[in-house]
Design a protein around this ligand. Structure first.
Ligand code: PHE
Ligand code: ZN
Length: 868
C-alpha cells in the first residue's frame, strides 16, 4: 500500500528527535521470494531529552526477531502498529537489533526494496526506508552505514551499496556477499542497494587534488552498449562542479545503475545513483536529441546533489526545495555551459510556464517551502523544483556570479555535514554579500505567480524616461493576502532601430508600486523588460506590434527576442479565437505572418535559434493565459495560424529543409541538434500546409532516417494526420523496435498525443496491447499521462477521455499510489474549463474520491482538487 498515513503534517511542528543514531549496520539476505533484513542500530539519547519511549517508523514489515543489547525483547516491551514499532522503556544508550522479513517481489509501489526485471533495487526518498527496516526515517537523523548483502552468485553477480567496498567473497550453497562502508554520515533516504546480473561500463576520473575515482555505469546486459554518453556526462559534471563551485568528489567510487521500473527520473543515493533507464541509455538509433540532453541534465543533477543534498541535507521534508531548487539551478547552469545557454533558458522557462504556473492557478498551489502535506510524494512538484530553481536564480542575479559563489562557500563553511533549512541557505548568500534578504523570504512562504504591471512615460524635453512597476499576486488556498515580493527585473532600453539607449540594469522592485527613472534618453524607447526571464512572474505590459517587432529583430537578450515573438503569436492566436467564437472571418494577423517570413529569411540566426523563433506557443502555455479555457476553440485558433504560416512559407520551408539535411555521422552536438531541429520544424509545418507534398516528405524521412530524432519527428507528424501513410509508419516502427522498451515508449506517446480523430479508440486499445504494462511507470507516463495532456482528446466534449483517465487512476491506485496521484492531477484544473467540461471533470474527481481504500496520495490530490 502507500508509504504515508492519512494525517496532515505541519512544518511548524518540527522538533528534533529524542535519540540519535550513532551507527548502523544492515545485513540483507536476498532470496527470490523474500528478503531478510537484519539491522543493528546504536542509539543514544540527546542531552536535552529524558525520553524513555522511542517510536521507529516501519511499514509492511514482518518482525521476526528483536533484541536490545543482545537480550530478546518480550511482547510487553514494545508495541507494533501499521506505522511502526514503539519501544516502551529504553535506556540512555543501547543497541537495537531487529530481523524483519519483506517481499520485494510483491512491491508494486516501487518504494523501498523492490524488483525491476530480475534485479533488486531500492528507492528510499522520501519515506521508503521504513519499508525496509524499523528506523527514525527522517532526513535530520544522519549516521554512518555499514551494509552487507548476500544473494545467489549466478543470478546476482553484482552486489552494490553506498560507500566503499570493504570485502566480498563466496559462501556456501552458491551464494556470495559484499560489504560496504559509507564514511559520510547520511540520512536514511540516501541509502541504496542493488543486486543483479548487470553489464557495466568502467572509467576513471582524477579529481582536482589528484585523487583517482573509479566510475561505473550499470544496466541490464542487453543495454550495456548504450552507456557511453551517460559516462561522458558524469565526467563532464565532475569537472564542472570543481571549476564552478569548487566541489571535489569525496569517495573512491561512483556507481550509476539504470533500472527499467522507476517512479521518477533518478535518485542521488550517496555514490550509488539509481536511474530510470530513460536518463541513462542512448544510441543515435534509439535516442533523440532531447533524450541526450535529458541524460546530460539528469546525470549532472544527481551528481551535483552530492554536495547540495547529500553533504548538506534537509532538516525536514518541508525544506525539500533547499536541495531540489538549488540542484535544479545548478543542473540548468551546467547544461547552459555545455550547450546553447539562451536556448536552454527558453526550454526552462517553457517548463516553468506550462507546468508550474498551472500549479499556482490550481487547488494544489503551494509555496516552494510548503506548510503542510498528507503524502510527501505529492510535493515533488514543479513548484518545489522549477520555481525553487528560479528563486535561487533570482538570488544569483541579485548578488552576481562571484557573490553567489562566496555565498555558496559560506554555506558549506557553516553547514557541511548537517541537515538544515531553506533559511540557512538564504542567509548564507545574504551574509556573504552584506545584503538584507528578509523580504526575499516571502518567495519561500507565499504561493502564487506575481503579476507585474508596467506602464511608462517619456519626457522628451527632459530626456527622461520613467518605468512604473506595480506588483500583485492572486490569492491561493489558505493565503488571501500577499505581501509585496522582492523582485529583480533585468531591463534595457532600445530605440526603434534596435540601438541601445540604456544598458541592462537590475531594477529591484520591493514596494507594491515603484517608479524607475532613466536619464539621458534621447528618444522614446522600446522597453526590454524581464530580460532572461529574471523572475518567475507574469508581465502585464501593453507594447505595440511594432515595439514587439523591434525586440524580435534586435534585442541583444536572446530570451527576450524569442519572448517578443511568442507574445506576438499569442496575440494573433487570441484574436483568432475571438473571431472564431463570434463566427467572423478568420484572417490571421498579416503583420505576424510578415514577422515569421523575416525570421525564416534571416541569415544571421543560428539554425537552432531560428527553429525556436518559428515555433508557436504551445497549448499549455496559451491556456495558462486564459480565464476560461475552451480547448477546442483554442486548438482551432492555433491550427488556423499554424496552417497560415505553413502556407505562407511553404517554399522557404522546403528550401530550409534541404539546406539543413546532412549525411554527417550523428553527434549530439549543439550544431547538429540545431540543424535537425530546424529541419524537423520545417517538416512539421509542411505536413500541415494546404498543398504540397509534406505528407510524402514525412514518409520519406521516416523511411530513410538514420537516427531516432528524425525518425520519431516524422512519425509524430504522420500520427497527427488521417492519411494511409500513418498506419504503415506506426506498424513499421513497432515491428522494428518492439524489443527496445524506451523506443516503444515513444511509439505509445506519439499515438497518445496525436490530434487525429481516432486517438481515443487507439489509446483504449493500446492499453490492452502486450507492449503496455500498467506496472511500469514509463509505460503509464507514455500512454496515460501523455493522453491526459492531449488538448483535444482528453477534453473531448462527450467526456469519454475523462472517464477513461479516471478509470486508469483507480486501477493504478491499487498498484502504485504515487503514479496514480500524478495522473489524477490532470483533473486539478477542472474549474478553469468552460462549464460543460468543468462539470464532467469534477464528476470524475468525485467518482475517484468515492472509491474505498483510496491511497493517501490520490486522496490528497482529489480532495484538494474538489475544494477549488
Ligand atoms: N531526489 C530525486 C531527484 O530530484 C527525485 C526523486 C524523488 C526520486 C523521490 C525518487 C523518489 O534527483
Ligand atoms: Zn533532485
Amino acid at each position: 500500500m502507500s508509504d504515508t498515513t492519512a494525517t496532515v503534517k505541519y512544518r511548524k511542528d518540527y522538533a528534533p528527535t529524542d535519540f540519535r543514531i550513532d551507527q548502523v549496520h544492515l545485513d540483507f539476505f536476498l532470496e527470490d521470494e523474500y528478503a531478510l533484513v537484519t539491522a543493528e542500530l546504536n542509539f543514544s539519547r540527546r542531552t536535552d531529552s529524558n525520553a524513555t519511549k522511542l517510536f521507529l517508523d516501519g511499514e509492511d514489515l514482518e518482525l521476526q526477531e528483536i533484541y536490545i543489547d543482545g537480550m530478546a525483547l518480550s511482547a510487553e516491551q514494545y508495541l507494533l502498529s501499521d506505522e511502526g514499532l514503539q519501544l516502551l522503556d529504553v535506556a540512555e544508550s543501547f543497541v537495537l537489533k531487529t530481523v524483519v522479513k519483506i517481499q520485494p517481489q510483491l512491491n508494486t509501489s516501487l518504494s523501498g526494496l523492490y524488483k525491476s526485471g530480475s534485479m533488486f533495487c531500492t528507492q528510499c526518498e522520501s519515506l521508503g526506508f521504513r519499508r525496509i527496516t524499523y528506523y527514525l526515517d527522517r532526513p535530520d537523523v544522519m549516521t554512518t552505514f555499514k551494509v552487507s548483502l548476500s544473494a545467489d552468485k549466478e543470478k546476482f553477480p553484482v552486489l552494490l551499496s553506498n560507500g566503499n567496498l570493504m570485502d566480498s567473497g563466496d559462501t556456501a550453497d552458491g551464494r556470495h556477499y559484499s560489504e560496504w562502508h559509507d564514511p559520510h554520515p547520511k540520512p536514511s533516504y540516501l541509502f541504496a542497494l542493488v543486486a543483479g546480473d548487470l553489464g557495466v561500463l568502467r572509467d576513471t576520473f582524477t579529481t582536482c587534488s589528484g585523487k583517482l575515482v573509479s566510475l561505473y555505469v550499470y544496466s541490464e546486459h542487453e543495454n550495456a552498449d548504450k552507456l557511453a554518453y551517460a559516462m561522458q556526462s558524469l565526467i563532464e559534471s565532475m569537472k564542472w562542479d570543481e571549476e564552478v563551485y569548487g566541489f571535489e568528489y569525496d569517495l573512491e567510487i561512483y556507481n550509476i545503475v539504470a533500472v527499467g521500473d522507476f517512479n521518477m527520473g533518478a535518485m542521488e543515493n550517496k555514490s550509488l545513483n539509481v536511474f530510470n533507464t530513460a536518463y541513462v541509455l542512448s544510441s543515435p538509433e534509439t535516442a533523440t536529441d532531447s533524450d541526450y540532453e535529458g541524460i546530460e541534465g539528469v546525470i549532472g543533477h544527481e551528481y551535483f546533489h552530492n554536495y547540495t543534498g547529500n553533504r548538506i541535507t534537509c532538516r525536514d521534508w518541508f525544506q525539500l526545495t533547499l536541495k531540489e531548487g538549488l540542484t535544479v539551478f545548478r543542473d540548468q547552469q551546467f547544461s547552459a555551459d555545455m550547450g546553447d545557454a539562451a536556448l536552454k533558458r527558453i526550454d526552462d522557462v517553457n517548463v516553468l510556464r506550462s507546468v508550474q504556473f498551472r500549479e499556482d492557478m490550481g487547488p494544489m498551489a503551494h509555496p516552494i517551502r510548503p506548510d503542510s502535506y498528507v503524502a510527501m510524494d505529492n510535493f515533488y512538484t514543479s513548484t518545489v523544483y522549477n520555481k525553487g530553481a528560479e528563486v535561487i536564480r533570482m538570488m544569483h542575479t541579485l548578488v552576481g556570479a562571484d557573490g553567489f559563489r562566496s555565498g555558496s562557500d559560506l554555506y558549506f563553511e557553516r553547514y557541511d555535514g548537517q541537515a538544515v533549512s531553506c533559511d540557512d541557505f538564504r542567509l548564507s548568500i545574504a551574509d556573504a554579500n552584506n545584503r538584507d534578504f528578509s523580504q526575499f523570504e516571502l518567495w519561500y512562504s507565499q504561493a502564487g505567480t506575481p503579476k507585474i504591471s508596467l506602464s511608462s512615460s517619456y519626457d522628451a524635453d527632459a530626456q527622461r524616461f520613467v518605468l512604473s512597476c506595480e506588483q500583485s499576486c492572486q490569492p491561493t488556498p489558505g493565503q488571501d493576502e500577499k505581501l509585496p515580493f522582492h523582485i529583480p527585473l533585468l531591463t534595457a532600453l532600445f530605440d526603434k532601430d534596435g540601438n541601445e539607449l540604456a544598458g541592462e540594469r537590475v531594477l529591484e522592485l520591493c514596494e507594491q508600486r515603484q517608479d524607475f527613472v532613466f536619464e539621458n534618453i534621447t528618444t522614446e524607447p522600446v522597453v526590454s523588460a524581464l530580460r532572461k526571464f529574471s523572475a518567475p512572474v507574469t508581465l502585464d505590459f501593453e507594447q505595440s506590434d511594432s515595439d514587439l517587432q523591434v525586440l524580435m529583430s534586435y534585442d541583444s537578450d536572446t530570451f527576450n527576442r524569442w519572448e517578443a515573438g511568442q507574445r506576438f503569436a499569442t496575440r494573433a492566436i487570441f484574436d483568432l479565437m475571438t473571431s472564431l467564437a463570434e463566427g467572423k472571418s478568420i484572417a490571421p494577423s498579416p503583420k505576424f505572418l510578415d514577422s515569421m517570413v523575416e525570421i525564416a529569411n534571416d541569415k544571421q540566426l543560428s539554425p537552432g535559434m531560428k527553429s525556436y523563433l518559428l515555433c508557436l506557443p504551445g497549448h499549455a502555455a496559451l491556456s495558462g493565459q486564459l480565464d476560461v479555457i475552451d480547448p477546442e476553440l483554442l486548438q482551432s485558433a492555433r491550427k488556423v495560424l499554424r496552417t497560415a504560416v505553413a502556407d505562407r512559407l511553404q517554399d522557404k520551408f522546403s528550401e530550409l529543409y534541404d539546406a539543413m539535411s546532412s549525411d554527417e555521422a550523428y553527434e549530439p552536438s549543439q550544431e547538429q541538434i540545431g540543424r535537425r531541429r530546424l529541419r524537423n520544424v520545417c517538416l512539421s509545418y509542411l505536413s500541415v500546409a494546404s498543398t504540397g507534398n509534406g505528407v510524402e516528405m514525412c514518409a520519406t524521412q521516416f523511411a530513410d532516417a538514420s537516427n531516432m530524432t528524425d525518425s520519431v519527428s516524422a512519425l509524430a507528424c504522420l500520427a497527427n494526420l488521417d492519411v494511409p501513410q500513418r498506419q504503415t509508419a506506426l506498424s513499421d516502427f513497432f515491428e522494428k523496435w518492439q524489443d527496445e522498451d524506451l523506443v516503444v515508449d515513444k511509439w505509445l506517446s506519439v499515438q497518445a498525443s496525436s490530434s487525429a480523430s481516432d486517438t481515443f479508440a487507439r489509446v483504449v486499445a493500446l492499453k490492452e496491447h502486450p507492449a503496455f504494462d500498467i506496472r511500469n511507470p514509463n509505460k503509464v507516463r507514455s500512454l496515460i499521462r501523455t493522453f491526459a495532456a492531449n488538448p483535444v482528446h482528453f477534453h473531448s466534449a462527450d467526456g469519454e477521455g475523462y472517464r477513461f483517465v479516471a478509470d486508469c487512476v483507480l486501477e493504478l491506485d491499487k498498484l502504485n499510489p504515487q503514479i496514480a496521484a500524478r495522473i489524477a492531477s490532470a483533473f486539478a484544473q477542472w474549474h478553469r474549463y468552460e462549464p460543460s467540461r468543468s462539470l464532467q471533470m469534477k464528476q470524475q474527481l468525485q467518482r475517484i474520491s468515492e472509491q474505498d481504500k483510496l491511497s493517501p496520495d490520490t486522496s490528497e490530490i482529489v480532495k484538494l482538487s474538489l475544494q477549488a
